[in-house]
Design a protein around this ligand. Sequence first.
Ligand SMILES: O=C(O)C1=C[C@@H](OP(=O)(O)O)[C@@H](O)[C@H](O)C1
Ligand SMILES: C=C(OP(=O)(O)O)C(=O)O
Length: 449
Amino acid sequence: MSHEHAPASPVTSRPGTPLKGRIRVPGDKSISHRSMIFGLLSIGETRVQGLLEGEDVLRTAEVCRALGAVITREGPGRWRIVGVGIGGLNAPAGTLDFGNAGTGARLMMGVAGSHPITSTFDGDASLRKRPMRRILDPLVKMGVSVVSEAEGGRVPLTLRGPRETIPITYETPAASAQIKSAVLLAGLNAPGRTTVIEREATRDHTERMLRLFGAKVEVKPHGKDGRAITLQGQPDLRGTTVVVPTDPSSAAFPLVAALITPGSDVVIEAVMMNPLRIGLITTLLEMGASIERLSEREEGGETVADLRVRASRLTGVTVPAARAPAMIDEYPILAVAAAFATGTTRMQGLHELRVKESDRLAAVAAGLAAAGAEHEIDGDDLIVHGLSGKVRGGATSVATHLDHRIAMAFLIMGLASEAPMTVDDGAMIATSFPSFIPLMRELGAAIGG
Ligand SMILES: O=C(O)C1=C[C@@H](OP(=O)(O)O)[C@@H](O)[C@H](O)C1
Ligand SMILES: C=C(OP(=O)(O)O)C(=O)O
C-alpha cells in the first residue's frame, strides 16, 4: 500500500577525521520532476541527462507513464520520454501514487486536473498530512471538479477536469513554487492567458522550462519582491534535450559538513547557482564561512560553480523572512550549522516549514534538544544559540518523521559533535539524495547503518 513503508532503518554518524576530496551531487530534484512532466506534455522526443534518480522523481516518471508517456532509461541519469502533447493525456487506469513527493503530486494536479479525465492522487503517510487546498482552490477556479478528498483537502483525492479549462489570474496565498507551477501547468491546457502573481519570487524552474519547450511566457516585476508570470495557453510544446544541473539543496549537506568538521577542505563540483536557490550560501557567507565559487560556467541553462569549502568559525546572524523562498529546504541544515556557530542565529518567518514532509520546525527543535543544542521557537522564528563548536550530540534516535532532510541534517551534525548521532530511519534519504551516504564516505565521513 502506498502509505506504508518498509521497517525503519536507523543510521549513525560519528565524529572522525577532517573531510577531504571532490564530489559532485546528483541532479536537481525540482528540474528532474519538471523534465518528466514537460516530456509528457510535449510532442516528440525529450532526452534528459543528469536526471535525479531519487524515489520522488521515479514516482513522477511512473505517473507520466500512466498518463500516456513512453519513458525509457538509457543509462545512468539518461532518460528518453516520448510525450502525448497538451490535451492528449490518457485517463489513468489506477491511483496515481506519489509516495513522499509533494512536488510531484502538486504539479501533476495542475496537469491532470486541466484535462477531461478523472485522476486519483495518493501518497505515503507524510504526503497524506500535507495541505492540498492551496492547489485545489485555483484549480476549482479553472473549472476543475474535486470529486472527493480526505478531510481538509488532503490526499487521497480525485479530480475531474472540465471540457475546457478556464484561464485565470491568480495571486498565490503563500510563497510557493509548487502553487505557481500547478496553476501555470493547468494554464497550458486553457485557451488564453493565465497569469500567476507571486508577492515574493520563488524558484523559476517552471518558467524556464516552459520557454525551453517553446511556450510564450512573460515575467514582469510585481511590487517590491514579486513577479507576475503570464503564459499563453495551448502552445505546441516540442520535445527537446534537458541537461539537469546539480541540486544545491543536496550540496547543502556536504557543504555544511565541511564547514563544521575541523580541518576539512572539500570541493563540491558544478553546484547550480540559480539566485532563487542559494539563500543558504548567502547566509553562510554572512556567518563567516569559507566558500569559494570557482570556475563559474553554464550547464543546462544555469550558472554552476565548483565550491571550495573549508572548515570555518561561524558567527550567528539574523536570517530575514524575505530570504526564505531561496533557501526553504535548507533550514534544517542551517540550524545544524548555527548550533556550531558562536552567538545566536535567528531564522525568521518559517511558517511554511510546518507543512513540509514533516513539521520541520518541530522536528528540528526536537533533534537539537536531543543533541544538547540550545534553541527556542518564537512564533514562526527559530532561534539557535550557538555552542562555539562544542555540540554534545549523542542522540540515540532522532525522530525523522519520514523526512529526508531531517535525517541528513542530523547525520551531518554527528560528524562534528562530541558523541555520535543516530537517526531513527535513513530510508527516506533515497527520495532526494540516494548517494548521500556513499558520497559522504568518499569524503571520509563515518556514516553507517
Ligand atoms: O517547486 C518545487 O520544485 C519545490 C518547491 C518548494 O516547495 P513549496 O512550493 O511548497 O515552497 C520546495 O520546498 C520543494 O522541495 C520543491
Ligand atoms: C519539501 C520538499 O519536497 P516536496 O515538497 O517535493 O515533498 C523537500 O525536498 O525538502
